[in-house]
Design a protein around this ligand. Structure first.
Ligand SMILES: *Cc1c(COP(=O)(O)O)cnc(C)c1O
Length: 220
């Protein structure tokens, strides 16, 4: 319990410091505590310490884990940070407050239909395959203008862009490129930065950072 609270305090103070260096206010930055794979009893201490924004990468896992926690902490926001299958779109819309991995026209259509059915608009980030990696999720950079147009046409509320840069190399150019792409398309929010690089992301304009390991420890 004390451990989780002190990890949270440490991450928060690092965000504050990185923001200060960049001349930003730390309240421009939303810390998403990525609780995937961690059970409710590991999430509770963070809720008790005041954290209210969490990320999960699987719809089913969130459905199993979160209803009880949300009952106790109803002002909590849940963000879906992982790949989403079109057939889970309606469940995702019901469960989540924001979706970070919109990456293809088929999913735009599924989400638009789901938002209509459920009667709830869920802001979405478009995930960009910023390092042009074969195995990675996200929309190719050259497909981005068309995907944004399709999403706007379908009246999906777009928050901004999201990326996961290639592992093991300097992330700075990728974060800078995501920022430029967002500006080029009039999008203001950037979901970028994880446990290993969130301070750099904050310095480069991240509005949402997705931090798991630095808060919860390693995933089993
Ligand atoms: C798991 C995950 C994170 C958190 O990663 P850490 O390195 O544990 O901070 C962030 N974003 C996405 C998309 C993830 O799947």
């Amino acid at each position: 319990m004390e451990n989780a609270a002190s990890q949270l305090e440490q991450v928060r103070s690092r965000i504050e410091h990185a923001a200060q260096i960049a001349g930003r206010r730390d309240d421009e930055i939303t810390l998403i505590a990525v609780s995937k794979t961690h059970p409710a009893e590991e999430i509770l201490p963070l809720l008790a310490a005041g954290q209210r924004v969490f990320g999960e990468n699987r719809v089913q896992e969130a459905q199993a884990k979160w209803p009880g926690l949300l009952e106790r902490f109803p002002d909590t926001q849940l963000h879906l940070v992982g790949q989403l299958q079109s057939n889970k779109a309606a469940d995702a819309v019901r469960m989540f407050d924001q979706i970070h991995a919109l990456d293809r026209p088929g999913l735009v259509q599924a989400l638009a239909k789901a938002m209509d059915q459920v009667g709830k608009k869920v802001p979405c980030f478009i995930q960009v395959n910023i390092g042009d990696e074969d195995q990675k999720g996200g929309c190719a950079i050259h497909d981005l203008p068309a995907l944004i147009a399709v999403a706007r046409d379908a009246e999906i509320p777009l928050s901004g862009l999201m990326c996961v840069p290639p592992v093991g190399i300097e992330p700075t150019p990728f974060f800078a490129l995501l920022d430029k792409l967002a500006r080029d398309h009039g999008l203001t929010e950037l979901s970028m930065g994880m446990s290993s690089d969130y301070e750099i992301a904050v310095q480069l304009g991240a509005t949402h950072i997705r931090v798991g390991t630095a808060l919860f420890g390693a995933r089993g």
